[in-house]
Design a protein around this ligand. Structure first.
Ligand SMILES: Cc1cc2nc3c(=O)[nH]c(=O)nc-3n(C[C@H](O)[C@H](O)[C@H](O)COP(=O)(O)OP(=O)(O)OC[C@H]3O[C@@H](n4cnc5c(N)ncnc54)[C@H](O)[C@@H]3O)c2cc1C
Length: 168
């Protein structure tokens, strides 16, 4: 069972199915996310339409019930048809993530309460703790989809450039 309706959930569902797993996708909304990559969307929609991958939309997980000596693990789902139970071998929760900013705060970096963005200079990536830099998705706080590989590769050279110009 794969939970979620974004790129990660769709990729996981398709990969599992292509490797022989019986896959059910569960998503709390009525449709998959609009931000799904254009080459993945028809793939997943066709797999769902032909019944290769089962899908439950507008469905939430209410409980995980552990396996017993007699039964496999089960999941309690609540959706348009009411409450149902499904047996599962594994559940892949692909519902996004938020950055762990505890380490930054412990080091003295100012982190915005709402956005979880650390305070840093976009030119050098240096935080408000001199000599401490942030690179990659962590710079975006909660907006984890805003900074990815393609648009953050230069952070490394920014940081090295700043180190070279200020510390040597
Ligand atoms: C399904 C999927 C598809 C994607 N496709 C693309 C794509 O096609 N193109 C693209 O540009 N981006 C893509 N992305 C996004 C991309 O993977 C991320 O933006 C990128 O990996 C972020 O890199 P990062 O170095 O900032 O963070 P991460 O890759 O998350 O690296 C952070 C690292 O820090 C480590 N860490 C965390 N806390 C600590 C700690 N306390 N001490 C030590 N280490 C710690 C973690 O273990 C991890 O190794 C995709 C993401 C997903 C999930």
């Amino acid at each position: 069972m794969v939970v979620g309706g974004g790129n990660s959930a769709v990729k996981v569902a398709l990969d599992l199915w292509r490797n022989g797993a019986r896959v059910t996708l569960v998503h709390r909304r009525a449709q998959l996310k609009k931000t799904i990559k254009y080459w993945l969307l028809p793939d997943i929609e066709n797999r769902i339409a032909e019944g290769s991958i089962a899908a439950h939309f507008e469905t939430r997980i209410r409980a995980f019930l552990p396996a017993t000596a007699r039964q496999r693990a089960r999941i309690v789902l609540e959706g348009p048809d009411g409450t149902t139970e499904a047996q599962v071998d594994a559940v892949y929760l692909q519902i996004g993530y938020r950055p762990f900013v505890g380490l930054l705060r412990a080091a003295g970096v100012t982190v915005d309460e709402r956005s979880l963005r650390p305070t840093f200079d976009p030119e050098s990536c240096e935080t408000d703790v001199p000599g401490l830099y942030v690179a990659g998705t962590l710079q975006a706080g909660l907006e984890t989809g805003k900074i990815f590989i393609d648009n953050s590769r230069h952070h490394g050279s920014q940081i090295v450039g700043h180190l070279v110009s200020t510390r040597i």
